[in-house]
Design a protein around this ligand. Sequence first.
Ligand code: RAT
Ligand code: ZN
Length: 418
Amino acid sequence: MDYLKTKTDLQQSLNQIIDETPIIDIHTHIYDTNFKSLLLWGIDELLTYHYLVAELFRMRYDLNAEEFWALSKTKQAELIWENLFIKNSPVSEACRGVVTVMSRLGIKNIRNQKLDDIRKFFSQYPIKDYINRVFELANVKEVVMTNDPFDDLERPVWLENPKIDPRFNAALRIDPVLMQWEQNACPRLKSWGYDVETDLSKNTLAEIRRFLSDWIDRMKALYMAVSLPPTFYFPEESTRGTIIKECILPVCREKQIPFAMMIGVKKLINPALKLAGDGVGKADLNAVENLVRMYPKNKFLVTLLSRENQHELCILGRKFGNLMIFGCWWFLNDPSIIEEMTRERLELLGLSFIPQHSDARVLDQLIYKWHHSKLLFKTILLDKYNDLLLAGWAPTPEEISRDVQNLFSGNFKKFLAL
Ligand code: RAT
Ligand code: ZN
């Protein structure tokens, strides 16, 4: 056996394994080419990412939001470039991300480039080649999209039975069913031929189940997903509570797919900023505890937006095998917090979690989100294996490779197969 007996040996082996192990990115907002304009890529999309829009309004408090939104995308991108990259150093994680993407694509001397020249660089690629290039650079072998049947651009694509690129898996996103039943989901289901009423009669609940099943089958969805506010509770005598109990959970059981809950978003605390206007709040984890205990035959994928919830979530994870903790979501996807959360999870959960997802909204972001996280995983795992070495356990490269594979794809696949 080839045991790794020094920190230097561990480091060499680990760095290579982390670079070479392909990833399944379990939550993104990117699409395959069938979805046409929904697939975002290139420099203008990178610069107008909503994380950067929020940062622009800090630097330019004088800017009127309506005037900003009325500008063309190229003008918005120029404003962000000028204010967040030229007039100030781009040190925030989202700004650094844009720089990493450009560097790793081979753009030299980024700071002295004209945006128009960078645009030309991106436009040299046919989109299919560009997808391959990005997947290769990020070493991502598959992604899971976020698929919303209530989206008027997305829904018609699915209805034409598209042949989806096998690297792009689907997840059925159902926020309107749980968050806006009366005013939005109910009338729309009705218009699509489901016999539903706003009251939740037996028949309406059966029709909601039929709707969910139809769309899981149509999309071949790997899981059903929702984003929930910090006030989310379960069990609850409410429309949301009833639909979860009577529709979501039974359909997930029948289809043997997980229910993914992303909890902690305070939607539109600053409405003028649109997608960039959401905030965060601490969730009540009794809700998750009740769900995983009351429904042992259901599988739950959970990520929480509040840093303050993370330790409690790990403890819950130790008690319930039907709970799979994933990712450092959105406001947590920053080096200092990824570092803290990943160490905490390794210490409390061993290797039984999914350390990261990208949440990429722009294809190219796969490059930086994974590059930055992998840099951190190299340091964190080196510490963990070295501590183990000092305790008297020398791992082999094969064992490290097995562990990293589980973190990067295996844990997700095994959880789906349960
Ligand atoms: O991270 C984000 O980009 C957010 O805007 C949301 O998309 C969030 O991840 C979600 O899926 O609701
Ligand atoms: Zn997301």
